[in-house]
Structure formats: C-alpha cells, structure tokens
Design a protein. Structure first.
Lengths: 598, 370
C-alpha cells in the first residue's frame, strides 16, 4: 500500500527512496520532514512531523483568566504578542468586556508592528539563504552591484565603496574558516540562480535588516514595556495616556514616546519600500519557475479569520482590515463565511497525532477539546526509541493535531489572506498583487506557489507599515478629541463575572489564522484550547486521509540532489513555520479510517 | 583554541573600524558593565589577541524568545556579535544548514573544538516519556544536551526555561520539563534568567566571558552578580511613590497617569532580581513598569506558580538596596517554612496599604542550588 490518492486529490507514492530532513532549521521550534523521491528525484510522498510538545493548555486549567495572556504569550516568542492579544480577546468575549477605542488602536498598532518585524526577519534571516548564495557574493563587482542597487531603489546605502567594503569584510570572514551561521550551507548548489552582484546586495541587506529589526519592536516596548513578550491587559492596555497633565513624561504614553513611535513608523515604511520589496522583486525575477512549484493547498482551500478591527469591539468582517472567509475547492467566486463558535466548522482530529480521543474517527470543536498526550509511533517506525530513523505515516506521527474546517484541510497565512482579499476584489490587496504580477510578467496562477507565498508576505509587510501609520494618526486624533481612556475596569474583579461562561478570541497571526477558545467556571479557567496557524499548515493526515498544506506543497517538486534539501527548505520556509505554536494544542476523538488504496 | 583563527581585533579592523573606535568601543563596553578604565585596556588587549570562540546554541522546549531578545542587542549590535565576536556555528533558528548538514556541525565541534566552545542553551529538556516530548534530529533533546555539554568549556542557560523550567514547567508540568543544571551536573551552569532576558544582559554576559576569558562572578544560584544582584524595586524610578504611599488603585486611574507605584496592582518588583529598572529594555526605550504594567517577576524561579500576576505581594521585606540575592537567599533559608516576617522598619507603605488579600508569598529562597 505504498500508493494512494487522498480525498483532497493528492497522489502519494511512498515506494521510492526515503529522505529525512531533521532538524528543519531557520524556523521557530522543531520540525521534521520525511519525503519519498522517485527515480527522477521528484517528491512523491511527504510526511510532516512536529517533534515537540509542551502542554500549555493543561497548565492553564485552574488559573486566573486575567493571567492567561502571559502564559499563552510564551507559546511563541517569535510572533510575540499575537497569542496574548488573542487570549485577552477570548477572555473579554467570555466576560462581556468592551475595550476603549484607544486600547483597540494601540492593540492594532502592536499587532501591525509585529507584522512588519516578523515578515522582515522572516524574509532576510529565515528565508533569504534559500535563494541567496553568500559565497557567490565574493565574486561580485562592487561597482556593478552599486548600479544594480541604484536601479532598483533610492535606498542611500548603495555606493560602490559601500559594497566594496562589505565584500572585503565578507571575504576575510569566509577566509577565516569560521563561517558561523553560514557553515555547511548549500553554497554553490546549482539551484542558486542570482548573479554575484544580486547576492552581494542581498547579503548587505541581510545585515542591515538585522540591525534595523530591533528598532521596529520599540513600539512594543513603549506600549507594552518590553519586547519580546510585552505586557497586555484584559479590558484594554496597561499603558495610560498622559500628555499634558501632572506627572506627564514619567511613564505610560507621553509626547516624547509618541514621537519615537512616529519616527519608527516612517522608518518601517522606508525600509519596506526601499529595501524589502525591491529585493523581493529582484530576487523573484530570477526564480520565476518557483511560481509553478510548491502550491499545494493554496489553489484549493484557504482560510482567514481576519484581523485589525477598525472599530473597537466590532469583530465582524465589515470592521476587520484583513479579509475574512474561506475558499474551498479553488472556487474564487465564493467566499464562505467562517463561524468560530459553530461546533461543526472548526474541528481537530488526532488519528495521526500523538494524542488520544475516545473516538478517533471524529473531530472535536475546541470548546469541547481534550488534551491527552499519547506518544506512540506505532509498530512500523524504523530505528530505535532513542534514535528515530523513519516515522510511519500510517500510524500516529506528529505532535501536531489535524485541524479541519468543515472537514477540509486548509492553508492559512499571508498568501491565504491575499487570495481571499483578491477574490473579494478588495483593491488594498488586489492592486498590489496585479502590479507585482505585471512587473514580474507572470500569470495569476503563479501566486499559488512557493514564490506566491513569499511575495504575499512582502506585500503584506508594506500594507502593515502603512496601516501602522494610519492607526498612529488615529490615536493622535482620538487624543486630540479628548478621549484618553485606555482601560475598562468595570469587570476587572472576578466577583463581577458570571459563574459559567465561554468565549472565543481570534487574530490573524503573521503566519495565519489563530483562535483561542476559553471556558471559565467560577472565576477560573476550566478549559483552554488554541488552534494555531502552523497546526493548520503543518498538520498530519486526518481520519479521511486528507493531507495538510506542508505535505501537499512538497509533492511533485524535483530535487537536484535529495541529500541536499534546498528545494524542500524553500517551500517549507515559504510558510514561515512556527512549531512551538503548533505543538501544544489538543482536541478530541476518532477511529482511524483507511485511506483509499490502489 | 584552533590555530589560524582571526582575533576579534583583526575582524573588527577589517570591518573598517579604526583603532581609535575600537578602543572607544572597549571603554563603552567596560563602562556598561560597570567596570573601570583598567578593564577597558584589558578588554582591548584580549580582543586583539583572541580568535572568535565557537558557540553552539541548542534549543529544547522553548518559544525562541531568548533568540529574539538576543538579536535586539544594541550595544554591541548583534550583527557585530555574530560576525566579529563569536563564531555561532550552530543555532537552529538562524543557521543556513539543515538536517544532516546541520547535525554534522555538532559532531565536528565535539572533535575539533572539544573543551574550547561555549554551549548556550535555550529551553529545557522534558524528561517524561523518556524524553520523547522533544526529539529534534530524531533523538531525545536531553541526550543531545548532555553530549554537547560534555565537551563545552562553559555552559550558559539562556532565559527562565533553561534556568528554572519556566512556563512548560508550571504546574502540573505535563512533560516534566527540567532546568538544564539538573541534567548537566559536571560543570557550572551560568544562569541568565528572564522571559526572555534583556538583550544587553545576554550580550553583556557573553562579552564579559570573551573579553576576560573567565566566568562572570555568580551568586549562589548561578546568576551573574553584575545583572542579578539587586531587585527591580531597589532601582525602580517609582520607588519614591512606594515610600510615600502613593499607589495606582485601578487601571488607567488618575494615579496610573501620574506614574504612581504599581505595587497594589500586583507588581512583583520587590521580590524580583533582574536588571530591568537599570539596564531597561530595547535600547533603553522603556521597561514594564515605565509602560504602566507591574513586573511579572519573570526572572524568578517558578514565577508562574506564585499566584496571579495581579495579586499583591503580602509581605515586603525591608532590605535596602545594599542587600543582594545571596543575603536574601540566606535569610530565607533560615526561615524556611515560616516565610519572611514583615520588616519592622519598613517605609510608609506599611501604614497606608490596605489589608492584604489572602494570597501569600515569600521571596525566592535560593535553596535550589547548593
């Protein structure tokens, strides 16, 4: 039974050579991939395994729901803040708390600052080395590099001397024999297509982005006191506003702080538009073939909850800046509504996950979710308990559960958001996509790909930088109108709460749709479940045999040399995996159903 | 040390930094560590003569906030740390290589640099289920940790996960997540706690070790004294409001806007040893109390299990700023089981605060590490 067709139309053939990539690096957390390649080194089967579990939802039981944001924020320090925001929304939903307009604005700004930071760091520090050959940069002509850079952008760090100096330092670094993070990279691999000058320019921007990223998160430090892991508050935000009264200047949000934010916002726009996007276009122009590789579920099923409420406490699609909805079967003419409260829509399955349900043929809605860990790779895995060689995908093989929307495996993330926004005809999303497609001279179909995923993230970074500015201006306008409130404390005290309530909060994390479901009884957390983006994308198979987005995206990719997993890294990195996020969740039920075997 | 490696000075000079700027850098670094002019010249000499030290950075059960914090360092810039100060040969989060190519670096380091590399650990090993709740590379993380620790010259525990266990070790600790000093027992572990630690604290500890070729002075719990010997409360700029009995009573109230003390809102500053109130966060832009939220106590052992973040500390011991973690630890060790009595000579707070609520706690007792 090495070949099969999955219900979501993937042809799997596990008869060829098995290749393991573990650890997958330049991601958050621990991910393992196993693929089978055929005689032509084309991937015919893919197996995605989350290799860590922390049990944070179990730890939350019995705690004060006002503390939950701090616990769940530690689910992930890369997308720091987004779990905390999702949590305070879930608690506020359960307790019926409305937040002041300024709190909503500040939360949006923190979320948007995260987007700019996370997308930028992903592109340069987690993804770029898949496309940029650092060693090739040594043979670049600095003058030609300068001409290239100046033809792309007005960014001032572009003189021949600047690139010559950088190249000289890079040469001595490489010559030292101590390559540090670049050690054992895939330098010289024939899949690298950039000319030396583009490589040198990209290396320069790798370093510049590393120095710049720390500036972006100062927005979190101002509003939340620190980054990573800023502080949040059920009912609003912790920072009070005092621009002109007694004690102004001593803490919270003050005029000098707002000026720092203003400067950072402008620099975000500048860096995104003068460095990130020009680099993205320049690099993409050499890799257009990747517009037809790695699409997986993107052309079929995509999901977004939407985020950034324009109006405080209004989480309807109409209020959300990011698009909301689901597309199924590739039908872009129909945007399905998504209801996080409907027990039949979002369910998690564990038939191939290291958890136990009473009935593993069924899925559980997060409000009914259970978390019973059960590490059991089955009898068919290869290796020893202490040294795994191959997992067996017909058994349980991952600490990720398999979330499904109305039974469908879905892709989430920037590309999903842009596809939905595009399908809705929303010009904020459609126009930049059309322009990029025109500039690269590729068809619309090219967005359903590894390249499309990476490009959507870049476009979204620019979008977020401009929205950041808009919400900064909104904050100033609201203060000017006399409203300086940042917290609603009417229901701060547990004695004001109902005895038994449920709530759900959602955001769009940089990596995709994120939901937290909470059940509060007698002032304490009775149950807490998080369904996170990488669980959607990296999910194992479900009882019906549907494969998840990572597995689907790797199929049919031709590898130059299966021993060197560069092609796998390109596609998997295009999702920006976050495993610590994904491998802590639980939900219920299910008996294994045989996949169609032929 | 491997031969033929370039020194920090060589590297920084080739990056276009003048000797004058280099010496200035040494002075500033020495000053930021609270060291005198003699230390600056010592630092310069060290950097002129030493090659970059290999660093292996492993990730166990964690959230990567420590790596994210590390790359926020402004002084020194993390790009300078990576390119000029250390040779970060392995770090899952940023390294180019993956799979076999990545794992080969670990074996190569054990052979080529045994006894000469620093092991930095982010996160911790889970010991339940024979370690199978964290199996990067197809093996229990605890095995990889022990193997790489065996050849390291020094072991750094980044953050509260590696130092204390942190969030996944909070009750009921489903995976039996365990701080690394419980499994690396044959050499001292430098604990740099915090969730995450401050960027400049991380690079400060590392720079000190590279510069002076020695371990930083540690307190009894294994924390560098330079950053962890005083409480948030000792250096808090809102301390005068505490002493004057001026408190925030409710979020966003008039007192909050005036920047009064957050003690009644649950601030754990009085019992937390960390450098937030002095070094501050994100290039000194702010820190939690400045932005209006109380301290969570994230650098303290088991801070997740000490009651709500919004519960008021019941007893404030009255040690002055001269008290350090060892003294508190010893005092507490002598009072195990009875807690710390309220200090008789406390400031005005004792007279003005309302009756404490039922939640009780005492400062960390320091009994964990011999």
């Amino acid at each position: 039974m090495t070949t099969m067709v999955t219900p979501n139309a993937a042809n799997l053939d596990a008869s060829g050579r098995r290749v393991v990539v573990d650890p997958v690096t330049r991601i958050e957390g621990h991910l393992r991939l196993e693929v089978n390649v055929d005689d032509d080194n084309v991937i015919r089967n893919a197996v995605s395994t989350g290799t860590m579990w922390r049990g944070i939802e179990l730890i939350l039981q019995g705690r004060d729901p006002r503390d939950a944001w701090a616990f769940v924020q530690r689910i992930c320090g890369v997308c720091t803040g987004t779990h905390a925001l999702t949590s305070v929304r879930a608690v506020e939903d359960a307790l019926g708390i409305e937040v002041p307009e300024n709190a909503n604005t500040i939360r949006n700004m923190m979320q948007l600052a995260l987007y700019v930071h996370d997308h930028l760091v992903h592109f340069y520090h987690l993804h770029a080395l898949d496309w940029v050959d650092v060693v090739s940069a040594l043979s670049a002509d600095p003058k030609a590099t300068s001409e290239l850079a100046q033809s792309l952008s007005d960014w001032p760090l572009s003189s021949p001397g600047y690139f010559r100096d950088l190249q000289s330092r890079l040469k001595k670094f490489v010559d030292s024999g101590q390559l540090g993070p670049f050690k054992n990279g895939y330098w010289g691999h024939p899949a690298y297509k950039l000319p030396p000058e583009a490589n040198l320019m990209a290396v320069a921007h790798y370093i510049e982005a590393l120095d710049f990223q720390k500036e972006i998160v100062k927005i979190h430090a101002i509003f939340g006191g620190k980054n990573p892991h800023p502080n949040w508050l059920v009912g609003g935000v912790p920072a009070p506003i005092n621009l002109n009264g007694t004690g102004a200047g001593t803490g919270g949000i003050t005029m000098d702080r707002l000026n720092i934010v203003s400067d950072i916002v402008e620099r975000c726009i500048q860096f995104t538009e003068q460095v990130y996007l020009p680099d993205l276009k320049a690099i993409a122009s050499f890799y257009k073939d990747w517009g037809a590789i790695g699409g997986g579920l993107a052309s079929l099923n995509v999901l977004s909850y939407g985020d950034m409420p324009a109006r405080a406490n209004d989480y309807s699609a109409d209020s959300l800046e990011l698009p909301r909805g689901a597309i199924v079967g590739g039908d872009l003419s129909k945007i399905h509504e998504v209801d996080l409260r409907d027990p039949s829509e979002i369910q998690e399955f564990v038939s191939h996950s290291w958890y136990s349900y009473e009935d593993e043929g069924k899925g559980l809605h997060p409000w009914d979710g259970v978390t019973e860990v059960n590490y059991d790779p089955g009898p068919g895995f290869k290796g020893t308990r202490e040294k795994i060689e191959n997992f067996d995908e017909s058994a349980k093989y991952s600490f990720l559960k398999a979330p499904r929307w109305k039974g469908h495996a879905m892709e989430v993330g920037p590309l999903a958001r842009y596809i939905i926004g595009y399908a809705q005809g929303n010009p904020e999303f459609k126009e930049p996509v059309d322009k990029l497609l025109t500039d690269l001279d590729v068809p619309l179909e090219a967005i359903f790909s590894t390249l499309g995923r990476t490009a959507a993230r870049g476009l979204e970074c620019q979008w977020a930088a401009h929205k950041l500015k808009a919400y900064h201006q909104k904050l100033l306008a609201t203060i000017k109108a006399g409203d300086t409130s940042t917290a609603n404390t009417q229901k701060w005290k547990p004695e004001t709460w109902d005895a038994d309530v449920k709530g759900v909060g959602f955001t769009e994390a940089p990596r995709g749709a994120l939901g937290h479901w909470i059940h509060i009884q007698n002032g304490k957390i009775a149950n807490y479940q998080a369904v996170v983006p990488t669980t959607w994308n990296g999910s194992p198979r479900d009882p019906q045999g549907n494969i998840g987005a990572y597995e689907a995206s790797l199929l049919d990719t031709k590898m130059h040399d299966p021993h060197l997993p560069l092609e796998i890294l390109r596609t998997i990195h295009s999702f920006d995996p976050c495993l610590a996020c994904s491998t802590h969740v639980m939900s219920p039920d299910g008996q294994e159903t045989k996949v169609t075997v032929r | 040390m491997s031969q033929g490696l370039e020194t920090f000075y060589d590297v920084i000079r080739r990056r276009g930094v003048s000797r004058r700027s280099f010496l200035k850098f040494c002075s500033l670094t020495a000053a930021s560590l609270g060291l005198g002019p003699a230390a600056a010249s010592q630092m310069a000499h060290a950097m002129e003569t030493k090659p970059r030290i290999p660093v292996i950075w492993l990730h166990g059960l964690e959230c990567t906030c420590c790596t994210e914090s590390f790359i926020r360092s402004a002084h020194p810039l993390v790009s300078d740390v990576l390119l000029s100060m250390i040779s970060l040969d392995y770090d899952d989060t940023i390294m180019a290589a993956a799979g076999h190519q990545a794992e080969a670096i670990l074996e190569e380091t054990l052979e080529a640099h045994r006894g000469n590399y620093i092991l930095a650990v982010e996160g911790n090993p889970p010991l339940a289920e024979d370690g199978m709740f964290c199996i990067p590379g197809g093996e229990p993380f605890v095995n990889k940790l022990k193997r790489m620790a065996s050849g390291a010259s020094a072991v750094i525990a980044w953050g509260s996960c590696a130092s204390w266990g942190c969030v996944q070790a909070a009750k009921p600790n489903p995976t039996q997540a365990t701080p690394i000093h419980k499994v690396v027992t044959d050499k001292p572990v430098i604990k740099v706690p915090g969730c995450p630690p401050i960027a400049e604290v991380m690079t400060g500890v590392l720079t000190y070790m590279l510069t002076f070729d020695q371990m930083p002075a540690l307190d009894r719990q294994g924390r560098p004294k330079m950053f962890y010997s005083q409480r948030i409360h000792d250096k808090c700029y809102r301390r005068p409001h505490f002493d004057a009995g001026q408190f925030v009573e409710s979020w966003d109230d008039d007192n909050a806007r005036k920047g009064y003390c957050l003690y009644k809102m649950g601030c754990k500053g009085p019992t937390t040893y960390n450098a937030c109130s002095s070094v501050q966060w994100n290039d000194g832009v702010s820190w939690p109390i400045r932005s209006g939220h109380g301290c969570l106590g994230c650098s303290e052992e088991d801070f997740w299990d000490r009651g709500s973040f919004y519960s008021r500390l019941e007893d404030i011991d009255g040690f002055g700023v001269e008290a350090n973690a060892d003294e508190i630890g010893m005092a507490a060790a002598g009072a195990v089981g009875v807690g710390i009595a309220a200090h008789a000579a406390a400031s005005a707070v004792k007279r003005v605060i309302q009756k404490p609520d039922s939640h009780t706690r005492r400062p960390h007792d320091g009994s964990d590490q011999a």
